[in-house]
Design a protein around this ligand. Structure first.
Ligand code: G16
Length: 544
């Protein structure tokens, strides 16, 4: 017998979703009523779930399985018709997006704190994606947040746990629970987009790759696709078994956290191609033999070469990048004669452009690249598009990038992060910057002169919605730029992100050390923002 309990509760402070859903310490999510309040607020915020079908899955981090049982019982108590759940509670974020779209569901709940570490003393997260498969819009997010502040009760079915390990259908009260293979639909989608025979031939010819799944969710996807379907030798996928604490690592695919892979790629006898993905499988890092490719450059290269892949052979409708992402893709779009959109940080801002067919590819400096095949960024997809291009051109990553820079110029790029800064100090820095934007144009900092200074705001060209306060950008007369922005995904203190970019068009200057090429901009950034005087920090915590 099952029965529905209506449990009285009170709002719990601080449930404001950030750039990508709600992220908190795992122990916070485990506090009495916390997860339940947030789940009920999501259900209420989207107009209830009675009769609806939802996809549910996560990246397998600590508490993933327990949280899914709570979500299922609450969905059943709120009258949902069906939940489609990845076996073992596993679904990568792009695979969840695909399932939502393929099955035409009313959306889904994805459990992940993305690239943040997992474990009882680390991070947990939950987000709602809409029926288009993409992160909730600002409007929906606002409704969910408003609900968290007024919630007084939630509904919970009293029932046994669902068996997440058994493929097929079971029931929880009156709701159907359908357990599906998390990999097969996604692998099928990838096979429909790319030239698998050409990539297979590449591997058969001795091409070597290492994909670091970082003990996170892409392990099973990568093993199935790269090793089983494309014939890459066993051992191509590293750290391929997901673990609840990601092998005690930090599943963020960048040169800091994926250093062992980068070191392997820089060795003389290293593999031809290296890649990594993050906790929930939406981010990617691309490394060639002896060369790290920045996410901004990767987006630009993929735009320039996408037509090698069957899915994009007809050309691109347009491209979109988040504001702090370098202008490298803009230069490609200009040559191709296609539209290029600049959006605020957060994949949700690409949704309308993709739905309206205005863009085909999107990307962000934060290691996200994707296309109109789903409504999330997609790590394995990016790796496959690179492989397709490598197979079609027969060139190395280094040769492709060199040709690219010679054709389009090079946007030297780096991001400096100051982590766990006291929120007050970080806000004071931003407020002070905001206060002096008007006086910056015309001022010189070393060899650089400020051309423009503003705070980025975005008017969505599809639905007209306005998003203000999206980062401060300062452009220099030589095409360089610095952007200051506070992270929306951290769980402790504030993270100040400083995005640095210098445009180089001299063909003889394409192989400088990026930090050196950017040194005038780095100095100007500190002089303009007073990072040291505001925060006491003399160097960034993370440079990518
Ligand atoms: C999330 C969003 C991304 C966004 C990133 C920014 O990434 O999905 O679209 O670029 O946050 O992070 P921050 O606000 O810290 O700069 P993910 O991979 O964490 O979901």
């Amino acid at each position: 017998m099952t029965s529905v309990n209506v449990i009285q509760t009170q709002p719990i402070d601080g449930q404001k979703p950030g750039t990508s859903g709600l992220r908190k310490k795992t122990r916070t999510f485990m506090e009495p009523h916390f997860l339940e309040n947030y789940v009920q607020s999501i259900f209420d915020g989207i107009g209830g779930v009675a009769g609806k079908v939802l996809v549910v899955g996560g990246d397998g981090r600590y508490f993933n399985d327990r949280a899914i049982q709570v979500i299922l019982r609450m969905a059943a108590a709120n009258g949902a018709a069906r939940c489609i759940v990845g076996q073992g509670g596993i679904l990568s974020t792009p695979a969840a997006s695909n399932l939502i779209r393929k099955r035409g569901t009313d959306g889904g709940l994805i459990l992940s704190a993305s690239h943040n570490p997992g474990g009882i003393d680390a991070d947990f997260g939950l987000k709602y994606n809409g029926p288009n498969g993409g992160p909730a819009s600002e409007g929906v997010t606002d409704k969910i947040f408003a609900r968290t502040k007024e919630i007084t009760e939630y509904r919970m079915l009293e029932a046994h746990d669902a068996d997440l390990s058994a493929l097929g259908e079971q029931t929880l009260g009156a709701m159907a629970v359908e357990i599906v293979d998390p990999v097969s639909d996604y692998a099928e989608l990838m096979e429909s987009l790319f030239d698998f025979p050409a990539i297979k031939a590449l591997f058969a010819g001795g091409f070597t790759m290492r994909f670091d799944a970082m003990h996170a969710v892409t392990g099973p996807y990568a093993t199935e696709i790269f090793e089983r379907r494309l014939g890459a030798p066993a051992g191509t996928v590293l750290n391929g078994v997901p673990s609840p604490d990601f092998g005690q690592g930090h599943p963020d695919p960048n040169p800091i956290w994926a250093k062992p892979l980068v070191d392997m790629m820089m060795a003389k006898d290293g593999p031809d191609f290296g890649a990594a993905s993050d906790g929930d499988g939406d981010r990617n890092m691309i490394v060639g033999k002896g060369i790290y490719v920045t996410p901004s450059d990767s987006l630009a290269l993929l735009c320039a070469q996408a037509t090698h892949a069957p899915a994009y052979a007809g050309g691109l409708a347009g491209v979109a990048r988040s504001m702090p992402t370098s202008g490298a893709a803009d230069r490609v779009a200009e040559k191709l004669g296609i539209a290029c959109y600049e959006t605020p940080t957060g994949w949700k801002f690409f949704g309308n452009l993709l739905d309206a067919g205005r863009v085909t590819l999107c990307g962000e400096e934060s290691a996200g690249t994707g296309s109109d095949h789903v409504r999330e960024k997609d790590g394995v997809w990016a790796v496959l598009l690179w492989l397709n291009i490598l197979a079609a051109t027969g060139k190395s990553v280094a040769a492709l990038m060199d040709d690219h820079w010679q054709t389009y110029g090079r946007n030297y790029y780096s991001r400096h992060d100051y982590e766990d800064v006291e929120a007050e100090k970080a806000n004071a820095l931003v407020d002070a910057l905001r206060g002096k934007l008007g006086e910056l144009p015309g001022q010189s900092f070393g060899p650089l002169t400020v051309a423009t200074a503003d705070e980025f705001a975005y008017d969505d060209p599809v639905d007209g919605s306005h998003s203000a306060g999206q980062g401060i950008r300062i452009g220099f007369t030589d095409g360089g730029r610095v952007v200051f922005r506070l992270s929306g995904t951290g769980t402790v203190g504030a993270t100040i992100r400083v995005y640095l970019e210098a445009l180089e068009t001299d063909p003889a200057q394409m192989h400088r050390d990026p930090q050196e090429a950017l040194s005038p901009i780095i100095a100007a950034a500190d002089a303009i923002a007073g990072i040291t005087s505001h925060t006491g920090r003399t160097a960034p915590d993370v440079i990518t």
